[in-house]
Design a protein around this ligand. Sequence first.
Ligand code: AMP
Length: 432
Amino acid sequence: MPKRKRKFNAVSGMFDILPSEYPLWLKIEEVVSSIANFYGFSKITTPILEEEELFVKGTGQDTEIVEKQMYSFKTKGGKRVVLRPEFTPSIVRAYIQNGMESLPKPVKLWSFGPVFRYERPQKGRYRQFWQFNFEIFGDKSPIQDVLLIQIFSDILRDLSLSKWIVEVNSIGCKECRSYYLRQLKNYYKNRLREICPECEKRLKKNPLRLLDCKEEKCQRVKKFAPQIVNSLCEDCHQYLKRVLEILDTIQIPYVLNPYLVRGLDYYTKTVFEFVPQDKKEGQSALIGGGRYDYLINQMGGKDTPAIGGAGGVERIIEEIREQKINILAKRVERFEKKPKMFLAQLGELAKEKSLTLLEEFRKNKIIIGENVGKDNLKVQLEQAAKLGVKYTLILGQREALEDTVIIRNMETGIQEIVFIKDIVKEIKKKVK
Ligand code: AMP
């Protein structure tokens, strides 16, 4: 009897990207890349394989990802390595290892590539999936949190996806979180019989994750659990308030979800997720992220505040398909050239208006530099001069109140004032 030839399949939870699907994948990367370029992010690609310890220390020993979902193995040389289950610890490692700490802040990096998690495969949940990932290092201003949320909403909107909402929460800092965790533990300790065995373990190891449990009975207990927003220290409270205020002003649809914790160890203050508007049971987020002000220091770098987030390409493709959207014909601006202009701002109102103004420029395909987290006008003008831009737009406190903006010719020093509503038109005339 001749031996039967065996046919092979891709391993469970992993898929080929077929030639027929490629145009859509490329379009998504093109849209992400265009927005990353406009907002001054540089692309970085790190190895898929990393030391296991990087994620144990970075993502956190007791997180779902590290505890259960890592593809880890020993190399022939005896080193424990993993297929990366997320980007952030790798990007932080690369940032420290390659001397990027000495670059002017903020340092903005973006990536696009596969990540691996050993989860139970189902619709929208795979074992190899692709993410686009954004990180901003070295800026603690709440405006950066909103800028990142604006960037992700731009990506979805440019892909013609509009039926989503951003869930936002704050998980506080070292001080207020420990106070909250004590309250949370006390609450759950009295309800041990009402929660699942997995949550009993969570209570001991990582109590914040109790709020992530999808079991029905645990959901019932969660409904009355203390909320971290009520335990935030003054600083974290003001920070969250500011993030929400700016989101209101720039009209990004959001809800405060006091139980959103995102299950990773490194987050501080703001966490967010983009979820489908009419989210069905079990349906997951399209994009998620948060602030992580301690991680870089914890990984051996300098004390550096940071924020980042990632979106899942397969889930976005599923949304595009379900909504029967055709994006293939869409023309996408590349924004690869250096900016000829710079937007300098001063004051809280000016910062808010800057976000909208930047969007206005992006839609009009004019690239413009910015440093919206900075408070010092002189530093921003120096940055503009270093970039060699011909014009700097100055949006100070007075201008923000009067809805005007100053256009400064950097070569002659001549300044003129125009209304914000006319700025794009004026600039178009000048840089034609
Ligand atoms: P996370 O790193 O868990 O915050 O995930 C960020 C994004 O990646 C999510 O919002 C999803 O879009 C996507 N994602 C996470 N896990 C999976 C998975 N197992 N399969 C497909 N996409 C995923």
